[in-house]
Design a protein around this ligand. Structure first.
Ligand code: FAD
Ligand code: SF4
Length: 502
């Protein structure tokens, strides 16, 4: 057993990568465990065929849904986790998201911290991930200073649409985007293979490039790739984790440190705790509340495309527009509906994965005349939506989407908006309950140990040296992209560990 580390961090995504970067600046000896490897820089990074048909970078793991049917989750294991593939839309939650909000299907619960508590960490996270945006335009924007970098300008055709959206009385605003060195020699070239692709230029703000590589450049940080954490072992009292059982390149071993930070993503972190059940934690580690794995959320997301058969869309980088007019209250309803974003260009291959028998050339002709949008609504934490472990050790995801009425209203409203913009046809598609990209909520944080798994600093109520800093701490999913909030809280937890444990 290796005893020479002060901190073990498991996972290198938005949570694990960010906390590794922050703690690397202390003198603590840190071991990072990552089940995957570095994603190679290769032509396939930007090849829709490799990414969307061959699923080259997607996990080969199979999970089961609530009916026991197997599916391939939309998730990636490797250095940087899912941030390598994200669209880099890096929003702060709205101030209201931290409070209880009445949604169509029930109450979205309050967070144990308010926006003001996280605000300085949002600012640090935006600097770390070099976020570009423009303050003062989005009507739902929480109080904030200027962005570290100016917004990415809308492409000419998108700028025309923005003008027309304003003429409809809406308040489109620039999406906050984490893109590195835009327009510089070695920087982002604003291409059309960003969201769901790896950046071949390493010009996307993601955890591998912004956090893990700078962290492991320091002498106090060690990274073990191809190392999966299978189980956390506790002392006889059950109050402290004493070792992490890992499998490294086919070999089983244990590693130990006084502080263990789990950041495997919301589903895998819950699975790790459930698999770590022992005499003192019969229902899973840190599970005295019975909430480990429960309250899983994933957002309700629908892709929409507006088409004009006579108008080719020449935009390359399209993902610059956010519409938050219905975030807190919809038209013709007092309830929040969610968010609308312009989305990266759909490629023919991507579209063909939906209906494979339509020939590729037909799809290419179709998507070349389309403008793509993402419509996203909050789903609510309910106990029945949960992660469990099957007898064979596999992951089962019980998820029945809720708050669908709000989402359907937002989809219908978006369709009206797009028709008013002059699109002849509007189509939509959703990956439904197998879309695990925005997974969160399985180990929620709170002040009451009977009603939460983690405390407000993401320390397990039941296990004093165990922290969890990935998306699992979310008590509600809000309706903006989760990544910046995960990173901000990871920075806050890093400060707390530095001040109280080191
Ligand atoms: C295509 C796509 C687009 C997205 N776009 C956006 C966006 O524009 N904006 C945004 O905010 N969010 C976006 N997201 C979501 C965002 O990527 C996630 O919310 C975020 O990465 C979650 O961070 P995390 O730390 O919880 O988990 P992850 O980033 O998933 O990291 C978990 C890490 O743990 C590792 N791991 C898992 N289990 C183990 C184990 N047992 N042992 C060792 N290592 C383990 C994994 O390999 C991985 O590195 C997108 C996601 C996808 C897939
Ligand atoms: S060059 Fe820019 S737009 Fe293209 S993948 Fe990289 S970060 Fe994304």
């Amino acid at each position: 057993m290796n005893q020479h580390y002060d901190i073990i961090i498991i996972g290198t995504g938005a949570g694990g990568g960010t906390i590794a970067r922050a703690l690397s600046e202390t003198s603590a000896r840190i071991l990072i465990l990552e089940r995957g490897d570095f994603v190679p820089r290769e032509n396939e990074n930007w090849d829709p065929e490799a990414v969307w048909r061959q699923l080259r970078y997607r996990t080969k793991e199979r999970w089961r849904d609530r009916h026991g049917r197997e599916f391939t989750p939309y998730t990636h294991y490797g250095v940087g986790g899912n941030t390598k593939f994200w669209g880099s839309v890096l929003y702060r939650l709205r101030r209201e998201d931290f409070r209880a909000i009445q949604q169509v299907d029930g109450l979205s619960p309050a967070w144990p911290i308010d926006y003001e508590t996280l605000e300085p960490y949002y600012e640090r996270a935006e600097r770390l991930y070099q976020v570009r945006g423009e303050a003062g335009i989005d009507p739902t924007e929480p109080p904030r200073g200027a962005y570290p970098y100016g917004a990415v300008p809308h492409a000419p055709e998108m700028a025309v649409l923005v003008g027309k959206l304003r003429a409809q009385g809406l308040h489109p605003s620039p999406l906050p985007l984490g893109l590195l060195r835009v327009g510089e020699d070695d920087g982002c070239i604003l291409c059309n293979t960003c969201n769901s692709f790896v950046c071949k230029l390493h010009a996307k703000s993601e955890a591998d490039v912004c956090c893990v590589r700078p962290a492991i450049a320091r002498p106090n940080v060690t990274l073990w790739t191809n190392t999966i954490a299978n189980r956390l072992v506790t002392d006889p009292s059950g109050r402290r984790v004493t070792a992490v059982e890992v499998e490294r390149n086919g070999e089983s071993l244990q590693v130990a440190a006084p502080i263990v930070v789990v950041a495997c993503g919301a589903v895998n972190s819950a699975a790790l705790l459930l698999r770590s059940a022992n005499d003192k934690h019969r229902a899973g580690l840190a599970n005295s509340s019975g909430l480990v794995g429960r309250r899983y959320m994933a957002h309700l997301a629908t892709m929409m495309q507006g088409f004009h058969p006579l108008r080719k869309n020449s935009t390359v980088f399209q993902k610059t527009v956010g519409i938050n007019d219905f975030y807190l209250r919809g038209p013709r309803t007092e309830y929040p509906l969610g968010q609308i974003q312009s989305q990266g260009r759909t490629h023919g291959v991507m579209a063909q994965t939906v209906v494979p028998w339509i020939p590729l050339w037909a799809y290419e002709a179709w998507v070349s005349r389309g403008v793509d949008w993402l419509v996203m609504s909050e789903d609510l934490p309910v106990s029945e939506n949960r992660v469990t472990i099957d007898p064979d050790g596999g992951i089962r995801l019980h998820y029945r989407p809720n708050n669908l009425k709000a989402h359907r209203r937002l989809v219908a409203e978006t369709k009206r908006i797009l028709r008013r913009l002059g699109f002849w046809i509007v189509v939509k598609h959703s990956h439904g309950s197998t879309n695990t990209t925005h997974q969160c909520g399985t180990l929620c944080f709170g002040t009451d140990p009977r009603a939460s798994v983690l405390d407000p600093y993401c320390r397990a109520h039941d296990v004093e040296n165990l922290f969890v800093v990935d998306a699992s701490f979310f008590p509600s999913s809000a309706a903006v992209n989760p990544g910046l909030t995960i990173a901000a809280q990871a920075l806050r937890v890093a400060d707390h560990i530095r001040d109280t444990e080191l």
